[in-house]
Design a protein around this ligand. Sequence first.
Ligand SMILES: [Mn+2]
Length: 229
Amino acid sequence: MSRYAITDIHGCAKTFKKMLVELNFSKKDKLYLLGDYIDRGPDSKDVLDHIMELQTSGYKVHCLKGNHEEKILLSRHDINQARNWLMWGGKETLESFGVDKINDIDNKYLEWMEALPNIIELPDYVLVHAGLNFLIPDPLVDQYAMRWIRNWYQDINLTWLDGRTILHGHTPMDQKDIEEQLENLLDDDQERAQYLDVDNGCVFDKKGKHQLCAFNMDTKELYFLENVE
Ligand SMILES: [Mn+2]
């Protein structure tokens, strides 16, 4: 049994499915998906279909809400949000569903996204899409930050974290920077901040990115897979 984390799939359904094959993902394993399933990439509908199908056929897949899920949900009732969302890759999401308006998307997808949590706490990991707001005494109070925050590492409260590692996505990183974060994490210096960003910018066609990253939370191995969309 292994626990895996993957984030920011952003409509890259083929790459996501290929990664699960490479990982040999089975019903004995657990998969934690850290949000941003949709937008920008070519097949957001297929990403959601595949996740929901895995969940209903007995695979253990636990999903967080990302800022892109929040954005599509807000866009249903707010024209300004919708304008933003369309520019942030929402147009591609509508195309993948073959519709012109959000309200023509089957409600089961929107309800599924609406029900997603912002955080999963495990004995050894804290999972969030973007990060935590450590500028307040209890970071659990700021649910918005969990989906949106950037540049928060310098504020980490190691006492609050109590030996756990924060796993997150949201800010695309080069492969070498993810590998360096993991090295720091595995270093035995207890004073070090404990975090790992596993977003390798799968949907962005840029040097050092354009790969989907998976992290084995038990063996602490990283996997990188070139975007195959
Ligand atoms: Mn994000």
